[in-house]
Design a protein around this ligand. Structure first.
Ligand SMILES: Nc1ncnc2c1ncn2[C@@H]1O[C@H](COP(=O)(O)OP(=O)(O)OP(=O)(O)O)[C@@H](O)[C@H]1O
Ligand SMILES: [Mg+2]
Length: 196
């Protein structure tokens, strides 16, 4: 009998991944479910009125705390900046400086209303994934920060294409195309995608 096709969900986790995982999990499917649960709790925390009223998403403490809350039960590096180079993101030694610049800009845009709130949120999101401060989870973290920015200002959270943009597929392709346009300073596609 031929082997069952290897799908992402039953792929065993690599030794490197295993070393950094807090719970005892064997497969990608278990990890995905565990992460989803962790992130859901962080999302409830972040979008609760109390946090929205008292916390400033355009601050380093917030950016790190949110990542930590999203992955604290899952990964040992939750809330800790990346220490190795990736094919995405700025060089490791620039993470602090680029993030500080972005947070200064984001705080200014929000305060001075340089752009509509949606555009502030989407620009903030885009720069966060460009910097890629964490070893993983940068996309989910940056999308949640954009949601926080929108909801804090009385808007609805983003739909991000209304489909799964984590798994490979059409929605993810559309999301990545919109990010590439944003790399060239064109935010219309990403703004539309985020509300589609
Ligand atoms: N060429 C690319 N391929 C994949 N991701 C990209 C690319 N360019 C930018 N990105 C951004 O980086 C994110 C992936 O980074 P990372 O794996 O750290 O985050 P994640 O939350 O684990 O990913 P995902 O959003 O896919 O669940 C994407 O969500 C997207 O925002
Ligand atoms: Mg990832």
């Amino acid at each position: 009998m031929p082997d069952a096709p290897i799908s992402d969900s039953n792929t065993p986790l690599s030794p490197d991944e295993q070393a950094d995982i807090i719970p005892n999990l064997a497969t990608r499917e278990e990890l995905n479910e565990w992460e989803r649960d962790n992130i859901l709790r962080a999302r409830q925390w972040a979008l609760a009125d109390r946090q929205l009223a008292r916390l400033n998403p355009a601050s380093e403490d917030y950016v790190r705390e949110l990542h930590w809350r999203m992955f604290d039960q899952t990964w040992k590096w939750a809330g800790i900046y990346r220490k190795t180079e990736k094919n995405l993101g700025v060089p490791v030694h620039q993470i602090h400086e680029k993030l500080a610049q972005l947070l200064g800009n984001a705080a200014y845009w929000l305060d001075k209303k340089t752009y509509e709130v949606d555009e502030c949120a989407v620009r903030f999101h885009h720069e966060l994934v460009v910097i890629h401060a964490f070893p993983n989870g940068n996309g989910r973290h940056a999308r949640l920060i954009a949601d926080v920015v929108a909801v804090k200002d009385g808007h609805r959270f983003f739909s991000w294409g209304s489909k799964d943009v984590i798994a490979p597929g059409e929605a993810k392709e559309a999301y990545l195309r919109a990010l590439r346009a944003a790399d060239h300073g064109h935010f219309e596609l990403l703004l539309r995608f985020a509300r589609s």
